[in-house]
Design a protein around this ligand. Structure first.
Ligand code: OMP
Length: 271
């Protein structure tokens, strides 16, 4: 199955547009992990197992593992998710972008080393830099379009030929780069107007990864009403800290499950 078809299947099977972000920060882990030498893996595994039923995807963020020297934990976590929750695709959030010959190695990192179903990519270097990802037709390429952070507009809003740069990215991805039908776009939950504009440009078939609800304060109703497609899907609404660190007590897994389920319910109210 391709990433795109697994995602569609999962939207239906789980009735969920929630993407659970896996961003381990040991200082925020419950006390019981203090003496666990494998805490990064154990914590993320427990969260994944507790939230899988409410998730349309998981999104581990690579820097959170690499900065801790925990790449092995990341590889084992993705293998665990594939083995235990086979219907839930894994998006490796690494936001790679480099000249084509180097990008090939980034594609191998995401898809061969880590066996991710999709990867986030930065389009700034142009099509040839994303091509090694696009060529893997069975995997997904989630391309930054209008990011959630406060400085998103510094470059992404610069007007070129009468339109902001992020709209050019949306147009290029949908009309030129998506020949294998494996592209998605990142549009932050913090920008409802831009979500609406990008949906109007790309139509119903390009999924959006929408981070920025929860810890970054994005409004779920505004996200869903502005960005859903005609089928009431088309979205991976991603939340990391608000789910992962919902409780620092021994009920951390249950609290994470509740947070994921509440986000699912909130989203579904507006579909
Ligand atoms: O590509 C991403 O996932 C991403 C893009 C973006 O525009 N904004 C954004 O926050 N992210 C990621 O989404 C996650 C958001 O985490 P929370 O704010 O804790 O939900 C982090 O892992 C970010 O790196």
């Amino acid at each position: 199955m391709t990433f795109t078809s697994s995602l569609k299947q999962r939207w239906n099977d789980a009735d969920s547009l929630v993407c659970v972000g896996l961003d381990p920060e040991p200082a925020k882990f419950p006390a019981r992990f203090a003496n666990d030498a494998d805490a990064v893996f154990s914590f993320c595994r427990d969260i994944a197992d507790a939230t899988a039923q409410y998730a349309c995807a998981f999104k581990p963020q690579i820097a959170h593992f690499a900065a801790l020297g925990a790449e092995d934990a990341l590889a084992r976590l993705i293998a665990h998710i594939h083995a235990t929750h086979p219907g839930v695709p894994v998006i490796l959030d690494s936001k790679r972008g480099d000249i084509g010959s180097t990008a090939q190695h980034y594609a191998a990192e995401a898809f061969d080393r880590y066996a991710a179903d999709a990867v986030t990519a930065n389009p700034y270097l142009g099509r040839d830099s994303v091509q090694p990802f696009l060529d893997r037709a069975d995997r997904g390429v989630v391309i930054l379009c209008r990011t959630s952070n406060p400085g998103a507009g510094d470059l992404q809003d610069l007007v070129i030929d009468g339109r902001p740069l992020y709209q050019h990215v949306a147009e290029k991805v949908a009309r030129e780069w998506n020949t294998n039908g494996n592209c998605s776009l990142v549009v932050g939950a913090t920008w409802p107007a831009q979500l609406k504009e990008v949906r109007a440009i790309v139509g119903d078939d390009v999924p959006f990864l929408v981070p920025g609800v929860g810890a970054q304060g994005g409004d779920v109703e505004a996200v869903v009403t502005n960005a859903k497609n005609a089928a009431g899907t088309g979205l991976m609404v991603s939340s990391s800290r608000a789910i992962l660190y919902a409780s620092k007590g021994d009920d951390y897994a249950e609290a994470a499950a509740n947070a994921a389920r509440e986000l699912q319910d909130q989203i579904n109210r507006f579909r």
